[in-house]
Design a protein around this ligand. Structure first.
Ligand code: ACM
Length: 776
């Protein structure tokens, strides 16, 4: 009883003092939060008020605030235009003031009497409301005895907030799959709730032209439809689904989306691709190509060789198209693509070669540069600004053009150094068509791996830039290419919650970025999305990332989830967990028989949504017996054989003659590495200090493999970027023969081996464990 009294005293003391800023679950996290003592109670008679009766937009914002708060509180608060001054007791006032410095910034001041949201612009107020909706707390979640009749309150606080970047974007490809206007508006609503202010609408593709152009009706009569779509990834041999597919937006629908976006303070950036990704247009108007056609709207993803021919007729067509595009899209930016345009048709075209001759262009890249510059000056003469993917840098670019860096950040760095404005959209962090979990447990995606934390940790300003150059980084954008996203549900699954992580990258101050704190703020965001029945991806259960070995007949599993309110459920028979499966609350010791055991876990939310499964197999093993070698017989370092040739797999190294052999203790030393087209075979012995199960982590670009004795412990073979693969083996204390194979074909390179010893947390570089037999 005494203990219970002390407990109550502590709780009372905690709730009486003002909250810490970490109690504010706001995403994106604001620049400054100063908690104050006291609270503003919300009840049926709390009014949302604006004072200026002539400002329609302000009145609309008050009505929107009422909508947001009703969703959050379940309370219909009246939105009123009043003549009383803002700050009247029991009101939430929206005030346009002159004192804010940045045009998207806002402040919120909540006292026991009233709440005031102030900004210099309507956009700033809109962002203030997105923060405001995240402030109310329920007394129902608090210990009883604290209520004065109101369930909801806003803790007293002063918040001052402004965005870090001016361009905060999300993209949507409607060429590969087409999504209805209602969904496009919903998408804009959702991203705007996270303070995104640009919607990049990718409207034309090889697989479909999606915007009505009155002067060229065949673009949508013919170019908007394909006869079928490739089935999953059946490229070779090709298998199609046999189902005609298509659709487009007419001008009224485009205007509807643009107007809706405006009401959410989002500018639409339309993209009309050129000179590549244009089969939709060429199918409709084959005379725009360098060859005769006929062309078909593509049914297969990838890069297509038929592109616009740089004829006068093509420029006239594109200028007509862009003229109609500018009529319906009032924003400054017009995106013209520019990526992935193969040059073979231009190389073989007399016409293209004549243009090169006439314009004094050195090669086909210079011809693409000429193409883009011509369009750039057309747009600029009409007060617009061109954006293109980073390929538009090749061969030179007009200084006014803005570059979207997608092939990593190198294009963005180069562009900023040349004085171009840059939007960062690198595949490494913000391609939301990439997998967000283990592909074995996810719906089919294009490839890659970009989990939530990777997005969150993206830094848009590369360290290579000087402070002046860094001014050119306007912001970042998440890209949503829809080859494998056939449905709106699947788009939502790929976008949320990754777009929420991105919102903090582009809005919040760099110093505020803190993954653990963000993870704590995540659950309320998902609950907010529940109001709109968004099909977000529930983060998977962690703790089952890789298969494991045990020397025992038991193994301990420790499972976690980012969401404190989720229930983890698991099975041990390989089946997918359901709401009936065993619930997990603390580390479990499980029996492991001769057949091993497969643990499958999922996180379930009260809403009924659940995460994709996580799965790991635990197998029994026995110790590999150490070699009968004494300590004095070996010397440190591994023997190597170094090859200079182009291979596609570590298996291609066998039977080749090395150009150099020797001993090294550094697998990346100069003797065994050059930029590309080489491979190395390392051989020797691994000395392990104690008997037990060891985990090896092998990271390489391109392929690699680790063999101990005659067992392949880690297989990381194949052409790929820097990728980590791990594996385990049980080793007796002593020496074990080791072979490490590595090849590098082209692009980036790298090789690293780390090890985790039994019962230890950390991984370390096992250099001092590597030996060879001298004089062999
Ligand atoms: C792109 O992903 N091709 C810009």
């Amino acid at each position: 009883m005494l203990r219970r009294l002390i407990y109550l005293a502590i709780i009372t003391a905690l709730t009486a003092c003002s909250p810490d800023i970490s109690d504010f679950n706001v995403v994106p996290f604001p620049t400054h939060i100063s908690p104050k003592a006291g609270a503003f109670d919300l009840n049926e008679s709390t009014a949302i008020v604006v004072a200026d009766q002539s400002d329609q937009e302000l009145a609309q914002l008050a009505a929107y605030a009422a909508e947001l708060l009703e969703l959050e509180l379940g309370l219909p608060l009246p939105a009123q235009t009043t003549t009383t001054h803002p700050g009247t007791p029991n009101t939430i006032g929206l005030v346009l003031s002159e004192d804010a410095t940045d045009n998207e910034s806002y402040t919120i001041e909540a006292t026991a009497e009233a709440v005031l949201v102030r900004a210099a612009t309507h956009a700033g107020l809109f962002y203030g409301l997105q923060t405001l909706r995240q402030l109310p707390r329920s007394r129902a979640d608090q210990p009883p005895g604290n209520s004065n009749g109101s369930d909801w309150y806003i803790p007293a606080v002063v918040i001052e907030d402004a965005p870090r970047f001016s361009y905060r974007g999300m993209h949507l490809d409607v060429g590969r799959h087409f999504f209805p206007v209602e969904f496009v508006k919903r998408y804009i609503d959702l991203i705007a709730m996270y303070k995104m202010n640009r919607f990049h609408w990718h409207l034309t593709e090889d697989q479909g032209w999606r915007i009505e152009i009155e002067k060229y009706p065949r673009l949508t009569e013919v170019g908007a439809y394909r006869k079928e779509t490739i089935l999953e990834q059946n490229f070779d041999p090709y298998v199609g689904d046999g189902i005609p597919y298509g659709g487009f937006y007419n001008k009224d629908e485009i205007r509807e989306v643009v107007a809706h976006a405006k009401s959410r303070y989002v500018t639409v950036v339309p993209e009309i691709e050129m000179p590549g990704h244009s089969l939709g247009a060429l199918a409709a108007y084959p005379e725009l190509a360098c060859t005769n056609g006929p062309f078909e709207v593509a049914t297969v993803w990838g890069i297509h060789e038929d592109i616009y021919c740089p004829k006068e007729e093509t420029f006239a067509f594109l200028e007509d198209v862009l003229t109609e595009v500018m009529e319906v899209f009032p924003g400054t930016y017009i995106h013209v693509g520019g990526d992935e345009a193969p040059k073979v048709r231009w190389e073989e075209s007399t016409l293209a070669q004549e243009v090169m001759e006439r314009e004094g262009l050195e090669d086909e890249h210079a011809l693409q540069s000429y193409f883009i510059r011509r369009i750039e000056s057309f747009l600029r003469a009409r007060g617009r600004q061109l954006i293109g993917w980073d390929e538009i840098l090749e061969g030179g670019l007009a200084p006014e053009a803005t570059v979207m860096s997608w092939r990593g950040t190198a294009g963005g760095i180069e562009a900023a150094k040349q004085g171009h404005d840059v939007i960062m959209t690198p595949t490494s962090h913000v391609y939301f068509d990439y997998y967000q979990g283990n592909p074995d447990n996810e719906p089919l995606a294009i490839g890659g791996y970009t989990p939530l934390q990777e997005v969150y940790e993206f830094e848009p300003v590369p360290s290579e830039l000087s402070p002046d150059e860094a001014q050119h980084i306007l912001g970042a954008q998440g890209n949503v290419w829809t080859e494998y996203m056939k449905t709106t549900d699947y788009v939502e699954y790929m976008v949320f919650p990754r777009a929420i992580a991105l919102s903090e990258v582009v809005w919040s101050p760099k110093e505020a970025r803190d993954w653990d704190a963000f993870a704590r703020r995540l659950q309320p965001q998902l609950e907010w999305l529940d109001h709109f029945a968004v099909n977000y991806r529930v983060p998977q259960v962690d703790g089952l990332e890789s298969d494991r070995l045990t020397l025992d007949d038991r193994a301990t599993i420790a499972l976690t989830t980012l969401l404190p309110n989720a229930t983890i459920r698991y099975t041990t028979d390989g089946s997918d967990p359901t709401v009936e499966s065993t619930s997990y609350s603390q580390p479990q010791v499980l029996p492991v028989d001769e057949n091993g055991v497969t643990i499958t876990a999922r996180a379930f939310l009260a809403s009924g949504m659940s995460s994709p499964p996580s799965r790991a197999r635990i197998r029994r093993t026995s110790l590999r017996v150490a070699e009968g070698i004494g300590d004095g017989q070996l010397e440190s370092g591994l023997e190597y054989a170094y090859y200079e040739t182009q291979v596609e797999s570590i298996h291609d190294l066998s039977g080749l003659t090395p150009i150099r052999t020797g001993v090294t203790s550094d697998v990346q030393s100069e003797e065994v590495v050059r930029d590309e087209q080489f491979g190395t075979r390392f051989e020797g012995f691994l000395k392990v200090p104690e008997s037990g199960v060891y985990s090896f982590y092998l990271t390489s670009d391109d392929g690699s493999s680790l063999i101990i004795g005659d067992e392949t412990v880690v297989d990381n073979d194949g052409f790929h970027g820097l990728t980590e693969v791990s594996g385990q083996i049980a080793l007796e204390a002593g020496y074990h023969p080791l072979t490490l194979l590595y090849f590098q074909a082209g692009g980036g390179k790298g090789l690293q081996l780390t090890v985790q010893a039994p019962g230890q947390e950390q991984q370390f570089d096992p250099q001092s464990w590597l030996y060879h037999m001298p004089g062999r």
